[in-house]
Design a protein around this ligand. Structure first.
Ligand code: ADP
Ligand code: MG
Length: 507
C-alpha cells in the first residue's frame, strides 16, 4: 500500500455524509487539503460548504465517513477536539463577545480548560502574531469599537494564538472592503508560506482564482470535482458550480441617451437619529443607462433609497423624476410617475410576507383596470396575470396562494422583479438586487436589468458587489459619507479605483 506521506496531506475527509431532517447537506463528500495549500470550497448557496466545514470543526458529527488529520484518524466530537487537532474555523457570523476586549476574547475559553493565562505574556504573543501575519490589532480595544474587518482579524488572531495548522475561513471577504480583502490575502500567503493550510469558502470567482491552489466544487451536497487553479478559469468554475453554461459577463450595450430621467441635485437628508446622512448628493441617470453606485454600507445608501422612493423627506436639494419633484410626494404618487424599485429590504418594503404569491405579484397593478373592476379585484384576471408572470419569470411556488415568506431568496427576488418590470417604469432603483442570490438567480436578475435598460429605462443600481457594478453599469459613482466622491465610465473602472473612492480618497 502506498501512503500519502509525500503529498503531506493535512486533512483528509472521506465519504462524509451529513443529513438534516429532510435534506442531505453533504452526500459522500471526499475532500483533502495539503500542507501549505489554499484549498477553496466553491458552490452556490446551500451547496453544503458550511456544513462540511462545520463537520471538520467538530460542530456537527457526520452520519457517515471518516476524517484524518496529518495522517491520523480522528474522532471530532466537539469544537474543542477539532481545535486540539489543530483546526480553527472563522465562522460567517463572528463569535466574539462584544463587550470584552480583544485580549479577553482571544484567551476566552482557554481559561475554562485550566490553562493559566499570563496576561502580559498573552499580550506579547498577540502582538507578535499581529506583526508576523499583518493582522494589525490593538489588544486592549473593545470589540464593539472595532470595524467588521478588525473583528475578523481578531478571530484569526484567536485561532493563531491556539497554534492552529489548518484555518477555515467561511466567506471571509463577504464583509470586507477591497483593500481589506487584499490585506487578508496577504495574511493568507504568509500563513501558507509557513506550511499552514487554509480552507477558503467563497463564491466570488475572481477571488477564488486569485488565492487558491486547488478548488473543490460542491453542488447540491455532492462533490462535483477538484481542479487545480492552473487548469481552470472563472467561466469554467461558474459552469461547474451551476452545472450548465452560464453567462456572467453581460455584453454591455451602449443605449444611454442624453435625456435625463432622474436629476438629483444637492440632496441632503438626516438618518433616523437626525444625524446628517446625505450631505449634498448630485447625480443624474439617463434614459437607457445604468448608473452604478458603489459604497461601503452605511454611507447614505439607505437614506438615498428612502428619499427616492418617498419614504424619507430630504432636508434640502432637489430630486426630479421626469419633470416632477420627488420631495413632498408619497410613494404611491412617485410610483405613478414612473418609479419602480427592487428594495434592499425584500421582506419588509419589498413584499407583504404574510400575503400569498398572487397578491404580491399583482400588488402594484391591482388598483387599475383590468384587474380592478370598480373597487373589487377581478379574481379571474388577477389569477391569470399571476400565472402568466409565474411562468414567464420561472418562479417556483407551491401554489398561487402560498405565502411569499415561504419562498427562497431567489424566487422572492423574482416576484419583486416580475412585479416591478411589468409596471412599465421610467426609472428603476435596484438596491443590492443580487445580494444573497446564487449564481443562477444572479444571472437571471442581471439579464432582466439589461433588458430594461435596452427598453429605455433609466436604472440606478446600488450595490456592494463591485464586480457587478462594473459589469452592469455604464458609469459607476461612489458614495462616501453621504457625498458622491467621483463617477467613472465603467470601462475605466477598476476595483482598486472604486475602493479608493469608496473610502473618500482621490484616484
Ligand atoms: N442546522 C441545519 N439544520 C437543517 N438544515 C440545515 C442546517 N444547516 C444547513 N442546512 C441545510 O443544508 C444545506 C447546505 O447548507 P450549507 O452547508 O449552509 O450550504 P452553503 O454553506 O454551501 O451555502 C442547505 O439546504 C441548508 O438549508
Ligand atoms: Mg455557507
Amino acid at each position: 500500500m502506498t501512503t500519502n506521506r509525500d503529498q503531506a496531506l493535512a486533512v483528509e475527509m472521506r465519504g462524509i455524509t451529513k443529513r438534516f431532517p429532510g435534506i442531505i447537506a453533504n452526500d459522500r463528500v471526499d475532500f483533502d487539503v495539503r500542507r501549505g495549500e489554499v484549498h477553496t470550497l466553491l458552490g452556490e448557496n446551500g451547496a453544503g460548504k458550511s456544513t462540511l466545514m462545520q463537520v471538520l470543526s467538530g460542530l456537527y458529527q457526520p452520519n457517515e465517513g471518516e476524517i484524518l488529520i496529518q495522517g491520523e484518524k480522528v474522532d471530532l466530537k466537539s469544537p474543542r477536539d477539532s481545535m486540539d487537532a489543530g483546526i480553527g474555523m472563522v465562522y460567517q457570523r463572528f463569535m466574539l463577545v462584544k463587550k470584552h476586549t480583544v485580549i479577553e476574547n482571544v484567551i476566552l475559553g482557554l481559561q475554562e480548560f485550566g490553562a493559566i493565562i499570563n496576561y502580559r505574556r498573552a499580550i506579547k504573543k498577540i502582538k507578535e502574531i499581529s506583526r508576523e501575519y499583518g493582522l494589525e490589532i490593538d489588544p486592549n480595544a473593545h470589540i464593539w469599537n472595532l470595524s467588521i474587518g478588525e473583528q475578523q482579524r481578531v478571530e484569526i488572531v484567536k485561532m493563531l494564538f491556539r497554534n492552529v495548522e489548518i484555518l477555515i475561513l467561511d466567506e471571509p471577504t463577504a464583509v470586507l472592503t477591497p483593500q481589506e480583502a487584499t490585506e487578508l490575502f496577504n495574511t493568507v500567503r504568509v500563513l501558507t508560506g509557513q506550511g499552514k493550510s487554509i480552507i477558503f469558502i467563497s463564491h466570488k470567482l475572481n477571488e477564488v482564482m486569485e488565492i487558491s491552489d486547488r478548488i473543490t466544487i460542491l453542488r447540491k451536497g455532492k462533490k462535483v470535482t477538484t481542479v487545480r487553479k492552473e487548469d481552470t478559469d472563472e467561466r469554467g468554475l461558474a459552469n461547474l458550480m451551476v452545472g450548465r453554461e452560464v453567462l456572467l459577463d453581460i455584453h454591455r450595450e451602449e443605449t444611454a441617451t442624453e435625456e435625463e430621467v432622474l436629476t438629483v441635485t444637492g440632496v441632503t437628508a438626516v438618518d433616523d437619529r437626525f444625524l446628517p446622512a446625505l450631505n449634498g448628493v448630485d447625480f443624474r441617470v439617463h434614459k437607457g443607462e445604468i448608473l452604478g453606485l458603489a459604497g461601503v454600507s452605511g454611507n447614505g445608501q439607505r437614506e438615498l433609497e428612502q428619499v427616492l422612493t418617498g419614504l424619507r423627506q430630504p432636508t434640502g436639494g432637489t430630486a426630479v423624476l421626469g419633470d416632477k419633484e420627488i420631495a413632498g410626494r408619497s410613494p404611491g404618487e412617485i410610483i405613478r410617475d414612473g418609479l419602480a424599485c427592487i428594495p434592499s429590504d425584500r421582506h419588509g418594503v419589498g413584499t407583504a410576507p404574510g400575503l400569498d404569491f398572487m397578491t404580491n405579484i399583482i400588488l402594484k397593478t391591482y388598483r387599475y383596470p383590468p384587474i380592478a373592476s370598480g373597487i373589487f379585484l377581478n379574481y379571474k384576471v388577477a389569477r391569470k396575470e399571476a400565472e402568466k408572470l409565474q411562468e414567464q419569470f420561472d418562479i417556483k411556488v407551491p401554489s398561487l396562494h402560498a405565502p411569499v415568506r415561504l419562498l427562497s431568496g431567489g424566487n422572492l427576488q423574482k416576484v419583486i422583479i416580475a412585479r416591478e418590470v411589468t409596471s412599465n417604469p421610467k426609472f428603476l432603483l435596484a438596491v443590492h438586487p443580487t445580494r444573497g442570490l446564487d449564481i443562477g438567480a444572479t444571472e437571471y436578475v442581471r439579464k432582466q436589468l439589461e433588458k430594461l435598460k435596452r427598453q429605455g429605462v433609466a436604472i440606478l443600481l446600488i450595490s456592494e458587489d463591485l464586480e457587478e457594478l462594473i459589469t452592469l453599469s455604464d458609469r459607476v459613482a461612489a458614495i462616501y459619507e453621504g457625498k458622491i466622491t467621483g463617477t467613472i465610465p465603467a470601462r475605466d473602472a477598476t476595483i482598486e479605483k472604486l475602493g479608493l473612492l469608496m473610502t473618500g480618497q482621490a484616484i
